[in-house]
Design a protein around this ligand. Structure first.
Ligand code: AMP
Length: 173
């Protein structure tokens, strides 16, 4: 990947949300329409190769990048949310964190059987959230066409966790 405007503006916030974590803050990308647009265009091009029929975004920064990709491709947009946010009938997946667990949820009718779904988030770290999202989609008898991230932390085993699936990221640290 060549030089991306987004890479110039993403900032490191040390010790957020807890000591030892360097948080990659993507909000300056959203404040820079050229950087934001470039990132969305490039992600859209990458995922188009996978011939998706649906785009899913992971709460909440995955919505920011996933929704414009879905619109660019003229595809439905599905949301993967944290526990307890969705009002209609849902399915859930719990996954392990370093300490404790997290749960993601989708509406049972968010994707259709046979859909080819691209899963979008801002950042790939351990891959736990993305993998749990894939399990939800597969339980709904749809296929995961691939994963797309603005940022990938290559010192963490996210890509390994998602082995077997296509993975695209624009910026690596
Ligand atoms: P994971 O499930 O470990 O791949 O974590 C992915 C989710 O946590 C994504 O939604 C990211 O936005 C967020 N996340 C994890 N680590 C970081 C980090 N260092 N900086 C910013 N966001 C992060």
């Amino acid at each position: 990947m060549g030089h991306l405007k987004a890479k110039d503006v993403i900032r490191d916030i040390p010790d957020f949300p807890k000591p030892g974590i360097i948080f990659k803050d993507i909000t300056p990308v959203l404040q820079d329409p050229e950087a934001f647009s470039e990132a969305v265009q490039l992600l859209t091009q990458r995922v188009a190769d996978w011939k998706p029929t649906c785009v899913a975004g992971i709460e909440s920064r995955g919505f920011i990048f996933g929704a414009p990709i879905a619109l660019q491709l003229g595809l439905p947009f599905a949301v993967v949310r944290k526990l307890g946010k969705l009002p209609a009938e849902t399915i859930r997946e719990e996954y392990a964190l370093e300490y404790g667990t997290n749960t993601v949820e989708m509406h049972s009718d968010a994707v259709q059987a046979g859909d080819r779904v691209v899963v979008v988030d801002d950042l790939l770290a351990t891959g736990g959230t993305a993998l749990a999202s894939a399990r939800l989609i597969e339980r709904l008898r749809a296929e995961v066409a691939g994963f797309a991230f603005l940022v990938e932390l290559t010192f963490l085993p996210g890509r390994h966790a998602l082995r077997g699936y296509p993975v695209a990221s624009l910026i690596e640290y």
